[in-house]
Design a protein around this ligand. Structure first.
Ligand code: HQG
Length: 182
């Protein structure tokens, strides 16, 4: 497990790689990557500290990849703000027949009207299982509703899904007709 200080550093890395790279003086490349060396300098971290945070992150939020020139690059695997223009370049993927989405119960009326929208992010995020959906919805409210998403029917109707490197299912929107309160 990470120490409190490491969790704080991890949140800061999420903020920089998903939402506000400019606050650390960083620019993401077209696919959301930055050189590890630049991130270390910007956040005053050592490589050992960063590796510890990446490896022990509870949701594996960050991915590190080595380029042909030997340099290591890092990005967030999902969750970017819409204002950050990056293309994760994930291939379309075949989701399980049913996916789940946890949300504060107070959102249900609006979701019944409009379906699920990505809000401030690039995609609607869907979970593989109900426990995960409960955790996601529980971030903001004690009263969580879990929606079942008819993902296979959506695919048949032409909706595209992607799976992030850390196992989150992503899609552009979920029309209300594919949702059912679990
Ligand atoms: C809701 C975390 C009313 C939606 C999690 C959600 C996830 C609507 C909120 C990732 C709506 C957006 C994403 C509508 C959607 N009316 N409410 N029509 N459509 N909503 O944070 O899915 O820890 O952008 O239900 O684990 O909660 O950051 O999305 O409640 O994977 O790595 O609008 O963030 O990952 O909130 O969470 P978010 P989310 P990390």
């Amino acid at each position: 497990a990470l120490t409190r200080e490491q969790v704080r550093a991890s949140r800061r890395i999420s903020m920089v790689l998903r939402h506000r790279p400019e606050t650390a003086g960083l620019t993401l490349d077209a696919n959301g990557w930055v050189p590890v060396a630049d991130l270390l300098t910007a956040l005053s971290l050592t490589r050992a500290e960063l590796d510890m945070i990446v490896e022990n992150n509870d949701k594996s939020r960050f991915a590190i990849a080595r380029r042909d020139d030997g340099s290591d690059w890092i990005r967030a695997s999902q969750g970017h703000s819409r204002r950050v223009v990056v293309d994760l370049d994930l291939p379309p993927a075949d989701p399980p027949a049913i996916l789940f989405h946890g949300t504060p119960a107070s959102n249900l009326d609006s979701i019944r009207r409009e379906g699920l929208r990505p809000r401030s992010r690039h995609h609607v995020h869907l979970s593989m299982d109900i426990p995960t959906a409960l955790v996601v919805g529980g971030r903001r409210s004690a009263e969580v509703a879990v929606l079942a998403v008819a993902a296979a029917e959506m695919v048949e109707a032409g909706h595209v899904f992607h799976r992030s490197e850390n196992g989150v299912w992503l899609t552009a929107t979920v029309p209300a007709g594919y949702l059912e309160v679990h």
